[in-house]
Design a protein around this ligand. Structure first.
Ligand code: GDP
Ligand code: MG
Length: 163
């Protein structure tokens, strides 16, 4: 089975920022070869010799107020069908929101590894706030800053164990 990592979560938590970080270099080279520039939802990454595909599921759930459960299910269904590991992203700046809980209730039904990724932990203070996400009841919290890259190597170390 292919190694596929899907990133799900409500808008603006940083899914696309993490996506771009995970696929950097390798996918950029591939894009140069094809000569195509486009809004990409699939990319390719490599970590310590393991190759994987990353899916940025953002864009399927848009807006912040007009969310409906069906839209979340559509996004998660893509992850369910294709992914070998699901990264459920939340935002340390905002803490637990109602929409995070909606996502959590859906991803908890998935019979695949789900890793809670607390993004925007740009500094110690924000990283400390990530413990709030244990309340989602999805186990370990992986604290990262997709913007500055801290924690993403530790996250990948754990992700590739599922391949
Ligand atoms: P998406 O809607 O989940 O794909 O979120 P984006 O990747 O588009 O990011 C939403 C906003 O959060 C953008 O303004 C990003 O620059 C910002 N952002 C993403 N990751 C981080 C991070 O680690 N730290 C901070 N401070 N901002 C971030
Ligand atoms: Mg996005």
């Amino acid at each position: 089975m292919a190694n596929i990592v899907a990133i799900v979560g409500r808008p603006n938590v940083g899914k696309s920022t993490l996506f771009n970080r995970l696929i950097e270099q390798r996918s950029a080279i591939m894009d140069n070869e094809s000569g195509v520039t486009r809004d990409r939802h699939y990319g390719y990454g490599e970590w310590t010799g393991k190759y994987f595909t990353v899916i940025d599921t953002g864009g399927y759930v848009t807006g912040s107020d007009d969310i409906f459960e069906g839209a979340i299910r559509d996004q998660v269904k893509i992850a369910l069908d294709e992914a070998s590991v699901i990264l459920f992203m939340v935002d340390c700046h905002d803490g637990v929101t109602g929409m995070d809980k909606d996502f959590a209730n859906i991803v908890r039904e998935i019979k695949k590894p789900v890793m809670v990724v607390a993004n925007k932990a740009d500094n110690q203070e924000k990283a400390f706030m990530a413990s709030e996400f244990y309340e989602l009841g999805l186990g370990e919290i992986y604290t990262v800053s997709s913007a500055n890259g801290s924690g993403t190597g530790d996250l990948l170390d754990q992700v590739i164990k599922h391949f």
